[in-house]
Design a protein around this ligand. Sequence first.
Ligand SMILES: *[C@@H]1O[C@H](CO)[C@@H](O)[C@H](O)[C@H]1NC(C)=O
Ligand SMILES: *[C@@H]1O[C@H](CO)[C@@H](O)[C@H](O)[C@H]1NC(C)=O
Ligand SMILES: *[C@@H]1O[C@H](CO)[C@@H](O)[C@H](O)[C@H]1NC(C)=O
Ligand SMILES: *[C@@H]1O[C@H](CO)[C@@H](O)[C@H](O)[C@H]1NC(C)=O
Length: 229
Amino acid sequence: MKTKAAYLFFYTLLVSNITYCVAQNSSGFHHFWLVQVWPYGYCLEVRCARNVSRFVIHGLWPVTLNEKTLPGTNKSQPEILESLKNDESLWDNLMYFWLSLSTWDKDKLQNFWIYQWKIHGSAQQQVVPPYYFRRAVQLTRYTDLLNTLNSAGIHANGSSYPKVEFRKAIKTKTGHNPSLNCVFEGGHFQLKEVFICVDADATNFIPCQRKKINGESCRDTIMFPTRTK
Ligand SMILES: *[C@@H]1O[C@H](CO)[C@@H](O)[C@H](O)[C@H]1NC(C)=O
Ligand SMILES: *[C@@H]1O[C@H](CO)[C@@H](O)[C@H](O)[C@H]1NC(C)=O
Ligand SMILES: *[C@@H]1O[C@H](CO)[C@@H](O)[C@H](O)[C@H]1NC(C)=O
Ligand SMILES: *[C@@H]1O[C@H](CO)[C@@H](O)[C@H](O)[C@H]1NC(C)=O
């Protein structure tokens, strides 16, 4: 009798655990992409209001195991902006690292972060604001892409370098290959965006699935563009 009760008890635990896990992952959320933009490449393709000579965050996007982005809830959550306003250092960091290139307008700048949460970030509930924004900044700061590439002899001055050099340099920081997107312009594949895979807690860098790496648009040689005069 006793055994049976114990068995039932554990059985119940097991079932509720399974239900819990499935519910958690029902969206298919598996990990994030930290997406950073190199403005002088990105703005060849997109009309920009400004260029800055540093990598800026595009977003921290929840994706499936299969490397597909998940649509956010698109729900309006005005309390998020309030929570950001209450954290001055986070706010300053967002202004620096998560800068929209499409506007000079202060209101539109902050709307960009909120917009990113609405259409991407809110597809998962494991990492929520303001922590979500803080992690995006911390991870970006850690990757320190411009210096990381410079230290490997890769300079943003319009020179071209083998893709393997870009990969190797970034891998020394994150432990894994990035996925590199380029814009083809003026006969060159020019660096536009760097995708780095991050675990579901937005804590550690993880390897991207092979298909994400293979699907990158940069070819064997990448031009690292600079300001056009
Ligand atoms: C749910 O996702 C988390 C995080 O990716 C993973 O560790 C866990 O094993 C998944 N659980 C199930 C039941 O798939
Ligand atoms: C930004 O840089 C790109 C590439 O160098 C250039 O085509 C674009 O005109 C620049 N935009 C601004 C606003 O400076
Ligand atoms: C949210 O909006 C984006 C862009 O407009 C759209 O692609 C996505 O499907 C929407 N998500 C939901 C859950 O409606
Ligand atoms: C870029 O900088 C490197 C290192 O200073 C230099 O060797 C290279 O010639 C420069 N390329 C251009 C196009 O100025």
